[in-house]
Design a protein around this ligand. Structure first.
Ligand code: F6R
Length: 608
């Protein structure tokens, strides 16, 4: 979704802003722009389309300004045109603003300003905000922003500059992330740490309803009511290498291959095989309340929802607590029943997904204990939840979620064992589970070693427009995830199903050579899935089986077999998803799709 970058320092701002915008590209956007400030003049440069379009128009030597702001826009109000791109200037041209989020009362404010003679040039809610700030300006930009925000309802992460106060950026946040990187004689404002890392790892997180006054040498944060807020500078744990391609052709491929290390980082220090316990510091204070939970609701969107569904199976098996997984977008609007003893777990890579945020607010309002399972440290969801566990799998840049999925499943597995031990899980069963979980990173390495088979499968079937993915038990959510991966990056229609549902309708879809991916690892439902495979074959479908190493028999039933190492059934999703990620990746490459930036999709969905 939209991205924000700002720079106040001593170096020319333009290359820094463009580099920041490049690092924000992965979030998805359809226009870009920058505003450069110098005494008595603000220069706005913007263009619809990719960043390269804007770059093609730039003359770096003509812009020595050391202060400025930049934006990648994902259209919400108004089409993705030059005019609607950010920054937006007021009618005098002295002020320029960039803004993520939505000003809900923009129509009322627009009418009010029009009555005062303001002439608008764009259709955006953002222009309303900058025109309002300009109207309220009496020589103090911070005060004008404060007064304007009192009139505004909606969400914002915004930054504004003014030609009369050229060494200053005023930024404010409500529901849309903003971070300030603290450098030597410079500050870098961004909506995402990825845009700051090239300069510093020292950051200050701006909270909701806070205003930041940023100059090269000072950073002051206050509430909307002008009360100073003391802030600690924090260290971002991500490194620059993690957000660069490092020789890979795409971030998605890099992130698929990062999974062994990402999961090592996720599990590090959390599994104590010597003592036979799981350490989850983030849950220590509420462990008792969690253990007493009578019902668990996992809420999330997309891939995170699939991980949540694995969590549902895990919790019911290891805790014996009724658990349901709800789409966050449905949960909040269905008047959910939250009894005493209901715990809500929100799963999110970005920690910013608007629907998931709304779901946790609903759950909190109704009195639930809310836990976050999030990757991005300091994001909105971990700030709003009562407790939580971070994934620690590093930044995920590719729009298609890969390592975050395995990280989410691993964390839910940790939580289930952590709580299971306090309930029904015997020490020996917990030990077996922990050992199996600890072995997963190496087993992913082994699985990635068979990547060539996944590429071969993709090559053979990439031209097919319809695929099915079948799984049972713990592998049913993996079937959903495999189908989602394929459709979102290769635009192939794919459906994931519980294998037994085939005979209740979808079997009618099978035609000669239709690719059907069947997750058929050994376990309690192995024989059943073999019957499902036979049903598919009998109708002429091409079977691509994901099977356990050593299972030679399955070769007689399948057209292709992709092997994964043996593990406990509840942990199989951590391995069986890997070949599905690879098949989707290669299919998309073969079809010439933009793997990291699929059409119509954004990395972080911050609007409902
Ligand atoms: C799919 C994908 C999305 C996200 C979903 C939730 O590959 O990435 O389906 O999983 O938008 O995002 P987060 O996890 O950031 O809440």
């Amino acid at each position: 979704m939209c991205g924000i970058i700002g720079y106040v320092g001593r170096k020319p701002a333009l290359p820094i802003l463009i580099d920041g915008l490049r690092r924000l590209e992965y979030r998805g956007y359809d226009s870009t722009g920058v505003a450069l400030v110098q005494p008595s003049e603000v220069t706005v440069l913007k263009a619809a389309g990719r960043l390269s379009v804007l770059e093609g128009t730039l003359d770096y030597d003509a812009h020595p300004q050391t202060h400025g702001i930049g934006h990648t826009r994902w259209a919400t109000h108004g089409a993705p045109t030059n005019v609607n791109a950010h920054p937006h200037a007021d009618s005098s041209g002295k002020f320029a603003i960039i803004h993520n989020g939505i000003i809900e009362n923009n129509r009322t404010l627009r009418t009010y300003l029009e009555q005062k003679g303001v002439i608008f040039t764009s259709e955006t809610d953002t222009e309303v905000l900058v025109q309002l700030i300009a109207q309220l300006y009496e020589g103090d930009l911070e005060q004008a922003v404060r007064l304007a925000l009192r009139e505004v309802s909606g969400t914002y992460g915004m930054a504004v500059v003014c030609a009369d106060e050229p060494d200053l950026i005023i930024a404010a946040r409500k529901g849309s992330p903003l971070i300030v990187g603290v450098g030597q004689g410079e500050h870098i404002l961004a909506s995402d740490a990825a845009a700051i890392l090239a300069h510093t790892t020292q950051v200050v997180y701006i909270g909701d309803n806070e205003i930041a006054r940023i100059t090269p040498d000072s950073l002051r944060i206050t509430t909307l009511d002008a009360v100073p807020v003391a802030k600690e500078t924090e260290e971002v744990e991500w490194t620059l290498d993690q957000i660069e391609l490092a020789g890979y052709e795409h971030f998605m491929l890099k992130e698929i291959y990062e999974q062994p290390e990402a999961l090592e980082n996720c599990l590090r220090g959390r599994i104590d095989l010597k003592e036979g316990v799981i350490h989850l510091g983030g849950l220590a204070d509420c462990a008792r309340e969690l253990t007493q939970a009578k019902r668990i609701i996992i809420t999330a969107c997309g891939t995170a929802w699939h991980a949540g569904l694995v969590g549902e199976y895990l919790f019911e098996e290891l805790l014996r607590v009724p658990t349901e997984t709800e789409y966050a977008s449905e949960f909040r609007y269905r008047n959910p029943i939250i009894d005493e003893g209901t715990v809500v777990i929100a799963v999110s890579q970005s920690g910013e997904t608007a629907d998931t945020q709304a779901a946790i607010r609903e759950a909190k309002q109704r009195g639930a204990l809310v836990i976050g399972v999030v990757n991005v440290v300091g994001a909105t969801i971990p700030r709003e939840t009562d407790a939580g566990v971070y994934l620690h799998v590093g930044p995920e840049i590719g729009v298609a979620s890969t390592k975050a999925f395995t990280g989410q499943v691993a964390v839910l597995a940790l939580i289930s064992c952590f709580l299971g031990r306090r309930k029904h899980l015997s020490p020996s069963a917990a030990m077996q589970f922990m050992k199996a979980l600890s072995a997963i990173p190496d087993q992913i390495r082994t699985t990635l070693g068979h990547a060539d088979t996944a590429e071969k499968v993709a090559r053979e079937y990439a031209s097919r427009e319809n695929w099915l993915y079948l799984g049972r038990g713990y592998n049913y959510p993996v079937a959903l995830e495999g189908a989602l991966k394929l459709k979102e990056i290769s635009y192939i229609h794919a459906e994931g199903l519980p294998a037994a549902e085939m005979k209740h309708g979808p079997l009618a879809l099978i035609t000669d050579g239709m690719p059907v991916v069947c997750i058929a690892t050994t376990g309690s439902q192995y024989d059943k899935i073999l019957s499902n495979i036979s049903e598919v074959r009998a109708r002429g479908g091409s079977v691509i089986a994901i099977a356990t190493e050593g299972d030679k028999d399955i070769q007689d039933l399948a057209d292709h077999v992709l092997y994964v190492p043996d593990t406990l059934e509840p942990l199989q999703p951590l391995l069986t998803v890997i070949p599905l990620q690879l098949i989707a990746y290669h299919a998309a490459v073969i079809r010439g799709c933009n793997v990291d930036k699929p059409r119509n999709l954004a990395k972080s969905v911050t609007v409902e």
